[in-house]
Ligand binder design. Structure first.
Ligand code: S3P
Length: 426
């Protein structure tokens, strides 16, 4: 499906966000391995969390869905999975594949995890290496999926220093630790999103140069009722759209504000954005609040170093904000972006250049010179939800009309994105 968007002369109102994708995967997985039922309210219909739910069903976890977006998961405990009778299809979802691999590493049955073309090209050695050192027998296909996991009932805990600041790798190892003999301690020097440790209530120790997170087989996995917060990474597109094209404030309620996810707020405020947070509260273990944003002149900034993991999913849309800002916006230390659902550095650079932007590409990032006049054209989503939505945001501010190819990729995390944009334009 293609989407054609014209430069907007009206952008205001209230946006409803899907529930947080990262939290939804974890809520479902953790509920499945808990000893008892959980009710997850506001569970998203987005493709990625639905991939996690369908894999869990294939592993014999009873789930019920209700019309009000609630999912009931009857936890089977740590020994209650049944052997899947077919490969577990993780679709486009890296989080499903990497977290589930941690869970499957210590099961008494074999399993196979597969994914779509994009997921099958993403690096999986980063999880296979630590899982093997715990005693798991994992085989990859040239470093990628399909992943085959052999039965194993004697995982051993490890002390593991994360070689990349990745919440997926961290979570994979900590989850495997729930089936291992002895403690598993993951050491991170650069903070990545912390939903796993919060939601599992794992022990954390902080040091001058980082922190350790601990899991072991005696840890009790919490369960119960949880309302999933709105996805800050979905809000990001609306925050940038309203900052560059808003004609009156845009409001969003119940947005997840976990500090390990909200680096974009600091970046946009450094650019001069006008964003208000109100009604701060918590939803379970996750901070939540309401956001209001109105258009304001932006200026270029540099984003690099330890800030990158916190804004990793927001970088394509930060580059779009940079194209409308006064001065140069520079992103460095972000090579990880090349290993996402597509090579997001290349995709962002190619699309912004197609619109007429002045963009320099680096191996680890890009520099975009803002306020060069942009003209709508055809751009590609590269079948990547965040590239599709970032281009949808750019289209609101460029002259003429922009056609986004394979725009339905947005459904991976924000199925109502195009309708939401249209409603805010109306
Ligand atoms: C995620 C972690 C990040 C992020 C991805 C979701 C998660 O990936 O890019 O969209 O839910 O843990 P990495 O952990 O590989 O950086």
């Amino acid at each position: 499906m293609t989407r054609t968007i014209s430069r907007t002369d009206s952008f205001a109102g209230r946006a409803h966000l899907p529930a947080d994708k990262s939290i939804a995967h974890r809520a479902a997985l953790f509920a499945a391995i808990a000893d008892g039922p959980s009710i997850l309210h506001n569970f998203p219909s987005s493709a990625d969390p639905q991939s996690t739910l369908s894999c869990l069903r294939q592993l014999g976890v009873p789930t019920e869905t209700s019309g009000d977006n609630s999912v009931i998961i009857h936890g089977v405990g740590r020994t209650g999975f049944s052997a899947p009778d077919a490969p577990l299809d993780c679709g486009n979802s890296g989080t499903t594949m990497r977290l589930l691999s941690g869970v499957l590493a210590g099961q008494p049955f074999s399993s196979e995890l597969t994914g779509d073309a994009s997921l099958s090209s993403r690096p999986m050695q980063r999880i296979a290496r630590p899982l093997r050192s715990m005693g798991a027998t994992i085989s990859l296909t040239n470093g990628h999926a399909p992943i085959r996991v052999q039965p194993c009932d004697d995982l051993t805990g490890i002390h593991y220093k994360l070689p990349v600041p990745s919440a997926q790798v961290k979570s994979c190892v900590l989850l495997a630790g729930l089936w291992a003999k002895g403690q598993t301690i993951v050491y991170e020097t650069v903070r990545s999103r912390d939903h796993t440790e919060r939601m599992l209530n794992l022990t954390i120790r902080s040091f001058d140069d980082g922190r350790t997170i601990h899991s072991d087989s005696s840890h009790t996995v919490p369960h119960g009722t949880f309302t999933l917060p709105g996805d800050f990474s979905a809000a990001a597109f609306i925050l940038v759209a309203a900052s560059i094209a808003g004609t009156a404030p845009v409001h969003m309620s119940g947005v997840g504000l976990n500090p390990s996810r909200t680096g974009l707020l600091a970046v946009l405020r450094r650019m001069g954005a006008n964003i208000q947070i109100s009604n701060k509260r918590t939803s379970g273990v996750e901070p939540v609040g309401d956001l209001s944003v109105r258009r304001y002149p932006l200026h270029g900034v540099t984003v690099r170093g330890e800030e990158i993991p916190n804004v990793i999913d927001e970088i394509p849309v930060i580059a779009v904000a940079g194209a409308f800002a006064n001065g140069v916006t520079i992103i460095r230390d972000a090579t990880e972006l090349r290993y996402k659902e597509c090579d997001r550095i290349k995709a962002t650079v190619t699309n912004l250049r197609a619109l007429g932007a002045k963009v320099e590409e680096f191996e680890d990032g890009l520099a975009v010179t803002g306020q060069v006049p942009l003209q709508g054209t055809r751009v590609s989503s590269y079948d990547d939800h965040r590239i599709a939505m970032a281009m949808g945001v750019a289209a609101l501010g460029v002259h003429g009309t922009t056609t986004i190819e394979d725009a339905d990729a947005a459904a991976v995390s924000f199925p109502e994105f195009w309708d939401t944009i249209a409603a805010l334009q109306a």
